[in-house]
Design a binder for this molecule. Structure first.
Ligand code: IVH
Length: 714
């Protein structure tokens, strides 16, 4: 078919966007728009990539892609088999396209002993309000915990549409083209299957395949991979699917994400369903009725582990009843209904060559151990964390000592102790009281374990580390601004604060003239920076590098406060101890008082406020955060008070949050609803005084769409 003339394509693009801006999408309209996008986007791609003749500007192209993704998420029934999001890969030389998961991909909390496992079961029972006998009746499915990479596979009308890496749990990278080369991923599910379903599992490389791949790497003069997991990750992120096709990656399917049809009532039923659809399900998966059986399974696999043809690092236990899983939901990043019981850590002995002190973006002086390279459970370890001064003193770790090194899963290797008696004389380590980078004196406030450089923004290490954090992947994610470039531009005096990044355009010609640069790379850098003048609120919050605010807390804050303006005002008001705003901040699930204190401390500093203002002055648009699930209670603030009789407090809170509400511990004029349990006291009175709506527990169940009291069932 001859391609449409370019001006026709451009006109079609403009019309689609104008139309979308003007209209609320109906089902039929969405289907029609998706159909148009399915032919328009590939045509634009071809013009850009194959003919080097873009038809529309980048912003229009991005807007069309976003429109496509958004419509697919809002109207999954109308997602098309020929959707451009499934069939079009990333530009050949670019990174993979980011893709939002319809349901977040969670990680797992860990336990290391039978006692801890029993603690996990008790927490479930407490949350659900179960008695001893009911708790004993809870049944679990045990599955080997594969040491690979998790992946989410989207099937629409049974057809494999898209595969995405876990990423930060909310969005990952689209690696569909590479996944299509895997034999373990069926292209078509046999009917019956739901219209849209996300199936999750683990991608891995067998030990045998790993050894063969490394032999080939070495023969070709390439660097070998440290372990099968790294080799699997490297193979999956190949820009050329033909290379992935040559690496025998496998998949075990084990979980569900989004699904718009009925699924099995139990997890083991779901695994059977996956098997029937043609997926590989780990044959060792089994049902365990209690902690004793869980431990027995753990012991069995500890013995059999080395004989398996793939690496496992523990056992995952999942509550079998899916309705209970649903009620339990998740806390932070991990489900309440599943746990990983990890194998004990792996150990080795090596020489500690040197203790280096590194300065982080908050000025913390962190001791790092440089080790003689050693193989710990299949991974070559050269560095280990030493935590802080007290830890070094407690273990009396000295430069030149032989030390025990331990690795547990993905955690940074630890030094657990010194081999005694010493094989030669060494001197106790003296922790420096000045910053090794800027020479300013270091302080260790009373009650804290960390020494901090007092140089603040005059300390190059802190400034540079902050900037590196600012442009990192989960923050502003600016391509082309690597660590070394930041150091270089900082030394040239071009970069001091985050806002300076957006003023680098003024130096474009000087950059182009520098060693290792050129006109094209300088232009690409400036373009990458320009593209980030529009940024999501959660990325902005994370980028600020406030202590204890990682990606998940940044997202919690962004979702809770919605917009930059609101967050900013609320944080300043929260400075007043006892204010409604401070209480609200501390009662966001996952935030708590310590983190609230850090936020308040950040905003108390005039130079932090000035840095933020300077930065936002450079940005065009900070995108408001949408509530996680725009539920029936989205935007409402709810307080529970008194004793609830049909559900526990944590469950009530989780249900409210799932429906989009914020749950607070104190009643204020911002409260929308107070749910009164038995013997509700002062909060009920305050609600009446302030004229806030109240309701009893039974009405709350109705409002929240929960079945009538579960205890009525006996
Ligand atoms: S279930 C909500 N099952 O372990 C369910 N995860 O430490 C979340 N993993 O990110 C995952 N084998 O990459 C599950 N049988 C298994 C698993 C498994 C390996 C990985 C997965 C996850 C990580 C969490």
């Amino acid at each position: 078919m001859p391609a449409a003339p370019t001006d026709e394509l451009a006109a079609q693009a403009r019309a689609l966007l104008a139309d979308y801006a003007a209209d609320e999408q109906t089902e039929a309209h969405a289907a029609a728009t998706l159909k148009q996008l399915a032919s328009l986007l590939p045509a634009l791609d071809a013009a850009y990539h194959q003919h080097d003749a873009p038809v529309v500007d980048d912003a229009t192209y991005d807007a069309l892609r976003r429109l496509n993704t958004r419509l697919e998420l809002e109207f999954p029934r109308h997602a098309r088999a020929d959707s451009p999001s499934a069939t079009v890969g990333a530009p050949a030389n670019g990174p993979f396209r980011r893709q939002r998961h319809m349901v977040p991909m969670l990680s797992l909390d860990n336990v290391f002993s039978r006692e801890e496992f029993e603690g996990f079961v008790s927490r479930i029972a407490r949350f659900l309000g179960l008695g001893d006998e009911q708790a004993r009746a809870l049944s679990f499915v045990a599955e080997p915990k594969i040491d690979g990479l998790s992946i989410s596979l989207t099937y629409v009308h049974g057809r494999f549409m898209r595969g995405t890496t876990r990423g930060d749990g909310t969005e990952g990278e689209d690696v569909t083209a590479n996944l299509r080369t895997l034999r373990d991923i069926p292209d078509q599910l046999p009917a019956p299957c739901p219209d849209t379903i996300e199936i999750r599992g683990e991608i891995f490389l067998s030990k045998q395949a790993f050894l063969e791949l490394n032999a080939a790497q070495e023969a070709a003069g390439e660097k070998p991979f440290a372990n099968p997991r790294n080799a699997a990750a490297g193979s999956l992120r190949q820009l050329d699917p033909a290379i992935t096709a040559k690496r025998p990656l496998s998949l075990f399917a084990y979980a569900a994400g989004y699904c718009d049809g009925p699924l099995a009532a139990t997890h083991h039923g779901y695994l059977e369903q996956l098997h029937a659809w043609g997926f590989r399900v780990n044959p060792l998966s089994t049902q365990v009725p209690d902690a004793q059986a869980a431990e027995a399974f753990m012991e069995r696999l500890t013995r059999e582990r080395s004989g398996l043809d793939y690496d496992i690092d523990g056992i995952v236990y999942k509550l079998d009843d899916r309705a209970l899983q649903e009620r339990l939901g998740f806390a932070g990043r991990a489900p309440r209904w599943a746990i990983a019981w990890k194998f004990p850590a792996e150990q080795a002995i090596t020489r500690l060559e040197k203790i280096d002190i590194q300065v982080g973006r908050t000025g913390a002086l962190t001791p790092v151990a440089f080790l003689e390279p050693v193989n710990v459970g299949g991974v070559i370890v050269t560095r280990a964390s030493l935590h802080n001064e007290d830890e070094i003193a407690r273990k009396d770790i000295r430069e030149g000592d032989l030390v025990h090194v331990q690795r547990a899963g993905d955690v940074i290797p630890q030094i657990t102790g010194v081999v005694l008696p010493r094989d030669h004389e060494t001197q106790p380590f003296l922790f420096p009281h000045t910053c090794p980078v800027c020479g300013a004196h270091a302080e260790r406030p009373e009650g804290e374990v960390v020494w901090r450089c007092s140089g603040g923004l005059t300390c190059p290490a802190q400034v540079v580390e902050r900037l590196i954090h600012f442009v990192s992947r989960d923050a502003f994610d600016i391509d082309g601004l690597g660590d070394r470039t930041i150091v270089e531009f900082h030394e040239l005096g071009w970069l001091r604060t985050p806002a300076d990044i957006f003023r680098l355009g003024a130096h474009e010609e000087e950059i182009a003239a520098r060693d290792g640069w050129g006109k094209v790379s300088a232009r690409n850098l400036v373009n990458a920076i320009e593209a980030r003048r529009t940024i999501e609120l959660s990325r902005l919050i994370y980028a600020l590098g406030i202590r204890r605010i990682g990606t998940s807390n940044a997202r919690l804050l962004a979702r809770h406060y919605g917009s930059l303006a609101n967050w900013r005002t609320q944080m300043e008001k929260a400075a007043i101890v006892g204010s409604d705003e401070r209480l609200e901040l501390g009662s966001i699930t996952g935030i708590g008082t310590t983190i609230a204190d850090e936020l308040v401390a950040f905003f108390a500093e005039a130079h932090n406020r000035a840095t933020l203002d300077d930065l936002t002055g450079e940005l065009t648009h900070v995108l408001d955060e949408e509530a996680p699930e725009a539920g029936s209670l989205s935007g409402k603030t709810i307080v529970f008070t008194g004793t609830l009789t049909t559900m526990t407090r944590p469950e009530a809170r989780a249900v409210a949050e799932r429906l989009g509400a914020r749950v607070s511990d104190s009643v204020s004029k911002k409260t929308d609803l107070v749910v009164l349990g038995e013997k509700a006291g002062s909060k009920a009175r305050k609600a009446t005084e302030l004229g806030i709506d109240t309701m009893n527990e039974a009405s709350w169940r109705v409002l929240a769409g929960m079945p009538p009291s579960p205890q009525a069932e006996g």
